[in-house]
Design a protein around this ligand. Structure first.
Ligand SMILES: *[C@@H]1O[C@H](CO)[C@@H](O)[C@H](O)[C@H]1NC(C)=O
Ligand SMILES: *[C@@H]1O[C@H](CO)[C@@H](O)[C@H](O)[C@H]1NC(C)=O
Ligand SMILES: *[C@@H]1O[C@H](CO)[C@@H](O)[C@H](O)[C@H]1NC(C)=O
Ligand SMILES: *[C@@H]1O[C@H](CO)[C@@H](O)[C@H](O)[C@H]1NC(C)=O
Ligand SMILES: *[C@@H]1O[C@H](CO)[C@@H](O)[C@H](O)[C@H]1NC(C)=O
Length: 742
């Protein structure tokens, strides 16, 4: 699409990130947990789980009930801050409050108290990618799906820059009658129908992250987008016709769980269809200790599809977070685009890399390469002109990553340019950054070669090639994307799905002081998440009555396991990506709209699963429904949830394990499917029956999958089951692992 290409070209030269965006731009050092608790003056904030109010009451009744847990003296702190921060009614049975030391003990003694959680700080997990996902304006699936019109996508984020043209409402109908939310932004319209701040802060997006994610999920077409007069084109979000509701839950100080929970609570009350959460950052804690898992359980129970970032703690295995089975957990991959620049050496070699600051006219001068083993890290204090003046400095992007100020220091000392090469861990997935200088970023492998050339007094120059499309291999899983297995949801494959999250271009607030806006390029599972939220909105638009589980199943069973030329999707090291890297594969919107069969899961399944994990006490904490007990519920282990992906525990001695699944026909009433199994030789997979015949829409069929094989301890093997009809392929990854402790 010409409009898309033009846009990509036009948005090439972007200025430096603001300091706060460091939060969303990832590296292992920073992406680790920030376990701080919110401390204001002498008070600490807690999320307190209590029994529901004695009788059914309105909103004020909830508040009064919640206030009754606080001591009379503690309704306002001596600084005049209200002590009750949030009174939750939908997502959670309880409230958030600031308590002085010792007060929690008094609260805990009140009848009705169940549990308190210290409030923790979460992290942001920081496009133009519709075409890469096969979405073309005016044709095919995107048009048939009505571009997501009538669907409301809620986002929990840093706020929104409402005047941005991505949030114009041309072509967008009025919100549906069910919408109960309010919009308090500088500009509200039929695109931006909800904007609410759950923090003591205005709605505007000082960070930019929320503007970026909102426009990726459901930004409108922006004609004539350009950056500094470079090119012109049209930008669009994935569900370009959908409505946006922003719940601001972060301040420059961070995003606290109490605020995020308040955002979930508000989104449920307002009636969003899809909730997009590009936040997280904790290594998974068990769900009964995780207010976000509890809040999203209630959102999903009310029919909201909740999509979450899987985290930026990759590539370590077992690093995935936001991994509850009721969520769609998203991994991040690359797109087929490069912000291309090359290093030309005087020995005739050329190394291709990327640069976000591109100089249209390259210099013909060649400069000596300078590299020092001792001072490999670009963070090293390179400020001696006698060392770097007139040279191209070659240095490594270590954690913590290279800052603009590090580069400025080298340039100020007279360097002609800098080649920043990646740490080995990042492999071939370079996250670009605008250093506002002559900087070319290259892979770890190319860095190694350059190091060698530097020792032979090789000279070099840079050339810039703007944007290249059709770059391959793509997608490639990004190095930072968190990996399975899930240590918390044993027996359920997490992450669920791979979507574009590396070097994603989307809307940005104007920041004249930093030269930012109106678009910016960021990387993170934060960026991948709204792509999937947009797809969920498109699917929901076509199938308004589908459950969140059906929408998830549709997205997972139709994901691409291979790239556009039929090769395996690769990880950051250019090895075949495993299901723990990418979930069921790369999201394919058009196929997700028409999956043929879906794997359903409902409230009772999730509640029964919670029973199997934690028993009645867990049920009380997470589900808090007094008419339910574990006795009345099926006890469902993770491996037995009717999930669209399959994991089976196999021991080192040859063993066989059987799981059952039930599919629901959402395709043509009369249809027939045959089981097609793919598996390595050492894994035997048998499906019974291997043929499913449907005669009605909505008809359910159960089958069992028997997996046998011999695995070495610590091993896992991958295969798949596809139900194939003339029109549909319904694919489920199968993972056999010795690590599953069911
Ligand atoms: C997309 O298609 C619609 C309907 O055909 C048209 O009104 C709109 O201008 C198009 N947008 C772009 C960016 O081409
Ligand atoms: C597809 O993947 C193979 C390796 O699995 C790779 O060689 C090829 O370049 C990829 N094609 C595209 C278009 O990315
Ligand atoms: C980028 O660099 C140019 C020239 O070196 C300078 O004039 C400009 O202010 C810089 N922009 C930012 C945002 O630092
Ligand atoms: C509690 O569970 C019962 C049985 O599943 C259900 O009918 C009822 O709607 C639930 N109540 C609430 C408040 O969710
Ligand atoms: C799976 O289905 C078979 C046949 O219907 C049944 O005998 C078996 O108990 C089921 N297994 C589980 C784990 O539900």
């Amino acid at each position: 699409m010409a409009w898309l290409d033009n846009l990509l070209l036009s948005l090439l030269l972007l200025a430096t990130f603001s300091p706060t965006t460091i939060l969303c731009f990832l590296n292992p050092g920073r992406a680790r947990v920030h376990e701080g608790t919110m401390k204001t003056s002498a008070y600490r904030s807690y999320i307190v789980l209590v029994e529901p109010p004695p009788s059914t009451v309105g909103k004020d009744g909830y508040r009064r009930w919640h206030e009754s847990f606080l001591l009379p003296s503690s309704h306002a702190s001596n600084l005049g801050e209200p002590r009750l921060i949030h009174s939750y009614t939908e997502a959670f049975s309880g409230f958030a409050a600031r308590l002085a030391d010792g007060e929690l003990d008094a609260v805990a003694k009140k009848p009705g108290f169940i549990r308190a959680f210290p409030d923790r700080k979460l992290q942001l997990m920081t496009t133009r990618t519709p075409e890469f996902l096969g979405l073309r304006n005016g044709s095919g699936f995107w048009r048939d799906a009505g571009y997501g019109k009538g669907i409301i996508v809620g986002l929990l984020d840093t706020g929104i820059h409402a005047p941005h043209p991505s949030f114009d409402d041309h072509g967008i109908p009025a919100p549906p009658a069910k919408w109960k939310g309010s919009c308090k932004a500088a500009r509200c319209n039929n695109k931006l129908i909800g904007a609410q701040s759950l923090v003591e802060d205005g709605l505007d997006d000082e960070d930019g992250h929320g503007t970026h994610t909102s426009s990726t999920a459901a930004g409108n077409f922006v004609h004539g987008a350009s950056y500094h007069g470079m090119g012109a084109g049209t930008a669009a979000g994935i569900a370009v016709g959908a409505h946006i509701a922003m719940y601001k839950v972060c301040t420059p100080d961070g995003c606290f769980e109490s605020s995020v929970l308040a955002g979930i609570d508000a989104a449920i009350k307002d009636g969003v269809d899809v909730l997009s959460i590009s936040l997280g950052g904790f290594r998974p804690v068990s769900f009964d200790k995780d207010p976000i898992a509890i809040g999203t359980f209630h959102a999903v129970s009310k029919g909201i599809t909740v999509v979450c970032a899987g985290g930026n703690d990759g590539p370590a295995s077992g690093s995935v977070s936001n991994d509850a089975p009721w969520l769609i957990t998203v991994a991040a991959g690359s797109v087929d685009r490069s912000f291309s620049a090359s290093v030309h050496l005087d020995n005739g070699k050329r190394i291709d890399g990327e640069a976000l600051t591109q100089v249209p006219k390259s210099s013909s001068n060649l400069y000596p390469l300078h590299y020092e083993d001792r001072r490999e890290d670009c963070n090293y204090f390179y400020d001696d002109p006698s060392v770097v003046s007139g040279k191209i400095v070659v240095c490594k992007n270590m954690s913590p990553k290279v800052e603009v100020s590090d580069i400025l220091r080298v340039m100020d000392a007279g360097a002609a340019g800098v080649v920043v090469f990646d740490d080995e861990i990042r492999g071939y997935s370079t996250a670009v950054k605008d250093y506002n200088s002559s900087v070319v970023q290259v892979t770890a492998a190319d860095g190694k070669a350059l190091k060698t050339w530097a020792s032979t007094s090789t000279r070099a120059k840079f050339t810039y090639h703007n944007t290249l499309l059709g770059v391959h291999p793509a997608p490639v899983v990004a190095w930072f994307s968190s990996r399975g297995d899930s240590r918390n949801t044993v027996g359920v494959l997490k992450p669920d799905i791979l979507a574009p999250g590396l070097n994603i271009l989307a809307a940005w607030p104007p920041k004249p002081e930093s030269g930012h806006g109106p678009f910016n390029i960021l990387s993170g599972t934060s960026m991948a998440t709204p792509h999937v939220s947009g797809v969920a909105a498109l699917v929901k638009g076509l199938h308004p009555d589908w459950s969140p589980a059906a929408i998830k199943s549709a997205i997972l069973t139709t994901a691409d396991a291979i790239n556009s030329t039929g090769g395996s999707i690769l990880n950051e090291l250019h090895e075949k990506a495993s299901f723990f890297d990418m979930g069921s594969g790369h999201v394919n919107p058009a196929r997700a709209a028409d999956p043929g069969l879906v794997y359903e899961l409902g409230f009772d399944d999730y509640a029964g699963y919670i029973c199997s994990l934690y028993g009645d006490y867990g049920l009380l904490i997470i589900v808090h429904n007094s008419s339910l007990t574990c006795e009345k519920l099926p006890k469902v282990k993770g491996i037995n949830l009717n999930y669209p992906t399959i994991m089976v525990p196999l021991g080192p001695p040859p063993t066989t394990f059987v799981v059952n699944r039930t599919v629901t026909n959402v395709g043509p009433a009369a249809s027939m499917y045959m089981a097609k199994v793919e598996a390595p030789k050492s894994l035997k997979i048998k499906v019974t029956p291997d043929k499913l015949v449907f005669s009605k829409a909505g008809e359910k069929k159960t089958f069992s999958v028997s997996v046998s094989g011999r695995l070495d301890r610590g091993d896992h093997l991958e295969g798949s089951l596809s139900w194939v009809s003339g029109k549909h392929v319904v694919r489920s990854p199968i993972i056999a692992s010795t690590l599953l402790n069911h």
